[in-house]
Design a protein around this ligand. Structure first.
Ligand code: NAD
Ligand code: DGY
Length: 327
């Protein structure tokens, strides 16, 4: 008998077909909206595998109802939507999709950095609204990227890929990470700094850590006040790492120059959110990994993780591999 799985959103047809070869698949296919909680609670009771997105909260109370569940396969590298401790306690494997989205997310991070520094969104609006009357010496003048200092907080896969791009712009690369990365220091000329030193020295502060209890509100009033008044904050990691109320005040009071954000503590961000009233805040709707090729690769990798495990083998990307001991 094929193992039952539930997929929480439509995925590419060929990847669905691949899953259907080995699993009995149920799918939430109504429009492109997250599966309602009551439907998820119902479906999870019966299945051995769950294929989900970062829009689903896989918490303790949900897992408590999942008597047959053996694997949660998240179609994302970040897995802060999943209570991993609760899954591990119940011997449920959690998998994710690292690597395949690294370069795409680094591209978007660097694009957001440039867009914010050179006020591109503001400039485009200015032109479209018919405000462009003449070339003028200081019109829409922003900050230089080439040769500036970039501070990367979280020198992991994406952090390193951003550093590679920064090297091409002759930037001074400084970083802060839980552990020092000597090989990256040597290869890319990156220099390690304490968290406080990085904030004080950077022209661009880029956040690329995971969302963990430790990184919640990592950047708040105190940290923003440590930054240069000309500095730009870029967050393509997760909402909640930056305190949005404090950021709003810092941008309003010009304590920092600007911010570029792809992620928010509540997603989707309300169009009425105060941050969206500020010309010095560029906001994107969580599109870091959004290229056709990369999203397909993520969908495929999430399927491979799921199928491999249900066939009794070790999936390529386990978040809590201790669950596999004794399986
Ligand atoms: N905007 C998007 O669409 C998008 C796309 C992909 C990933 N992400 C986010 O980016 C994150 C990073 O992805 P990755 O593949 O580079 O992960 P990774 O695990 O390779 O890198 C994370 C790095 O952060 C470091 N770190 C963790 N806690 C830290 C702390 N408190 N202080 C300093 N450093 C710390 C780790 O040591 C690691 O080097 C993901 O967890 C995800 O949340 C967002
Ligand atoms: O964690 C992730 O993978 C992103 O946020 C979406 O690609």
């Amino acid at each position: 008998m094929k193992p039952k799985i539930f997929i929480t959103r439509q995925i590419p047809e060929d990847i669905l077909a691949m899953l259907q070869e080995t699993c009995e698949v149920k799918l939430w296919s109504e429009a492109d909206v997250p599966v309602p909680r009551d439907v998820l609670e119902q479906e999870i009771r019966d299945v051995e595998g769950l294929y989900c997105l970062l829009t689903e909260s896989i918490d303790d109370s949900l897992l408590a109802q999942a008597k047959n569940l053996r694997i949660v396969s998240n179609m994302a590298v970040g897995y802060n939507n999943i209570n991993v401790e609760a899954a591990t306690r119940r011997k449920i494997l959690v998998t994710n999709t690292p690597g395949v989205l690294t370069e795409t997310t680094a591209d978007l991070t660097f694009a957001l950095l440039m867009m914010t520094a050179r006020r591109m969104e503001e400039a485009s609006q200015f032109l479209r609204q018919g405000q462009w009357k003449t070339w003028s010496p200081m019109l829409l003048a922003g900050q230089d990227v080439y040769g500036a200092t970039i501070g990367i907080i979280g020198m992991g896969r994406i952090g390193e890929a951003v550093a590679k791009r920064a090297k091409g712009f002759d930037m001074k690369i400084i970083y802060h990470n839980r552990t020092r990365k000597f090989e990256i220091e040597e290869r890319l000329g990156a220099q390690y700094r304490t968290f406080e030193e990085l904030l004080e020295e950077s022209d661009f502060v880029c956040i690329l850590t995971p969302s963990t209890p430790e990184t919640q509100n990592l950047i708040g009033k105190t940290e923003l006040e440590r930054m240069k008044p000309t500095a730009i904050l870029i967050n393509t990691a997760r909402g909640g790492i930056v305190n949005e109320d404090d950021l709003y005040s810092a941008l309003m009071d010009q304590k920092i120059y600007a911010a570029g954000l792809d992620v928010f503590s509540e997603e989707p961000l309300s169009p009425q959110h105060p941050l969206l009233t500020l010309a010095n805040c560029v906001a994107l709707p969580h599109i870091g990994s959004a290229t056709v090729k990369t999203r397909r690769e993520m969908a495929r990798l999430a399927a491979v993780n799921l199928v491999t495990f249900l066939q009794g083998k070790t999936p390529p990307h386990c978040v809590n591999p201790s669950v596999l001991e004794g399986v």
